[in-house]
Ligand binder design. Structure first.
Ligand code: SIN
Length: 308
């Protein structure tokens, strides 16, 4: 077989955004330029066999389950093709940590799926999107790579660990204590730890594809002045799960506890995740509700998939 191709799935984001003036890096509209046009404007990709598909065109703050389902299906379709080395997904930075975690949980692919993004729109004086795409293509082309990663500003992050920690820097992500998986340096990969694990998970994909409605799971913050009626109202609306963004090592405001107990007694799954940006809850004897060391937004996805 000749050189295998890279499939680039477009979903929008700032990378595909435009602004009225080239000097404006914040007053732009995301998700305006098609993926084929974006790729055509990157000379470094000439000679690299690519195929593109526009799966969605959204500002990622507006991400939906329907887009996630379509993305998972299209990834599974392309990953099964022998002539495909890997997939690149262009995405907004705002929820890339959620989409990448969702895809890793559902697909855990043996081939690489590299999500990438930009902090400046495509019309900027110096847009960061084209280099990020080139770096993501380098990851997706690597014979060693596997699993779902986020590639931005030359850094490769594991989907499980990555979080957006800055609202305007060109390198807005952190993998906290775990650190990055590696770096892309002038097209070469320098690895510092293992790729995300690969495991065939066809039943989960089938459930995602079949789901008409996804189980509703909400996040409740434990904060000064927290009120139990927030939980009561969610339980009355029929939520299937509540992730408590808990303080410190998983502690929960006393005012929330009776309502959480009552919700749990009504079969609502309650899961604690720390609201601290780094670290994870260390369980201890006497803990009342189960805990995870995922961030609250990722814990929510994990619980939703468990409830599917
Ligand atoms: C988005 O997440 O779609 C907009 C913001 C960004 O890509 O940085």
């Amino acid at each position: 077989m000749g050189q295998r191709k890279i499939v680039v799935l477009g979903t929008g984001g700032t990378l595909a955004g435009t602004s009225a003036s080239p000097g404006d890096n914040i007053g732009y509209k995301a998700a305006q330029v098609g993926i084929a046009q974006l790729l055509a404007g990157i000379p470094a990709l000439q000679g690299v066999p690519t195929e593109s598909e526009q799966v969605a065109q959204v500002d990622s703050k507006d991400m939906t389950f329907a887009i996630w389902r379509a993305l998972a299906s299209r990834c599974a379709h392309w990953l099964a093709q022998e002539d495909v080395a890997g997939i690149v997904i262009t995405h907004g930075t705002d929820t890339i940590e959620e989409t990448s975690f969702f895809l890793q949980e559902v697909l855990a692919p043996t081939k690489p799926v590299a999500l990438t993004c930009a902090m400046r729109p495509s019309t900027a004086i110096s847009p960061d999107g084209p280099q990020n795409i080139v770096d993501a293509v380098a990851v997706a082309s690597s014979a060693q790579a596997r699993g779902v990663t986020v590639v931005c500003a030359g850094v490769i992050h594991d989907a499980r660990d990555v979080a957006k920690v800055h609202n305007w820097r060109l390198d807005p992500f952190s993998s906290a204590d775990e650190g990055p998986v590696g770096y892309v340096e002038e097209g070469k990969l320098r690895m510092v730890r293992e790729w995300p694990p690969a495991a065939p998970r066809p039943p989960l994909l089938a459930r995602v594809e079949a789901a008409q409605e996804w189980p509703r799971v909400e996040i409740v913050f434990s904060h000064a002045g927290a009120r139990g009626d927030t939980v009561q109202s969610l339980a009355a609306q029929g939520v299937r799960g509540i992730v408590v963004a808990a303080t410190g090592n998983g502690s929960v405001h006393d005012a929330l506890l009776p309502a959480l107990r009552a919700a749990q007694a009504r079969q609502v799954k309650v899961l604690r995740a720390t609201r601290c940006a780094e670290g994870g809850i260390i369980a201890k004897p006497g803990d009342e509700f189960p805990a995870t060391n995922l961030s609250p937004v990722k814990a929510r996805i994990k619980l939703m998939l468990e409830l599917l």
